[in-house]
Write a protein that binds this ligand. Sequence first.
Ligand SMILES: Cc1cc2nc3c(=O)[nH]c(=O)nc-3n(C[C@H](O)[C@H](O)[C@H](O)COP(=O)(O)O)c2cc1C
Length: 190
Amino acid sequence: MKVLGINGSPRIGGNTDILLDKVLEGAKAKGARIEKVVLNTLKFSPCQECQDTRDDGTCLIEDDMQALYKKIEKADAIILASPIFFGSLSAQTKMMIDRFQCLWRAKYILKKDVFKRKKRSGYFLSVEASAREDFFDNARAIVKNLFAAIGADYKGELFCSGVEGKGSILKHPDVLGKAFELGKRSNSHI
Ligand SMILES: Cc1cc2nc3c(=O)[nH]c(=O)nc-3n(C[C@H](O)[C@H](O)[C@H](O)COP(=O)(O)O)c2cc1C
């Protein structure tokens, strides 16, 4: 069982990072092989809306996304984590999601399922300074679109409002406890 965490925050050791680590810790405690990718450390471009797209669902742009496509395809569970920036996902997270347009086209237009694995779970984590439920709703809607395209069942989510300073989520042990439990569940949902 392989659990892949994807951090869409630029702040290493920040609230998203801490929350994601706690989930991965829970998954590891249940015996999962875990891996974390920090989008902000990757070199990749936003979607270029290429006209000469490939019909096999793969992307033409040769950058760090190519390795990430493979990691996502091989994962049994994806934990996508993003802070709320201006009412929705961070730019890093959205930029990664847009790069799945090639796969979306193959799946929905050409009716080819590129990610052939039968089952994959998806979980979404998010944090924000305010207490705006609608911001999490915005972010969730986009993440659900991604998960549908990559064949990941939306199995769970965990949000934390009212955290702004770096690491301030550490003052919310209840949320971190839930994150650990979510991580444990992520290893048994397939
Ligand atoms: C560019 C930017 C935009 C933000 N926009 C919002 C927002 O719209 N609503 C909100 O509640 N918090 C917003 N925040 C605050 C972050 O969501 C909050 O500080 C969060 O804990 C950061 O997570 P991190 O430590 O993982 O980066 C914003 C922060 C930044 C840097």
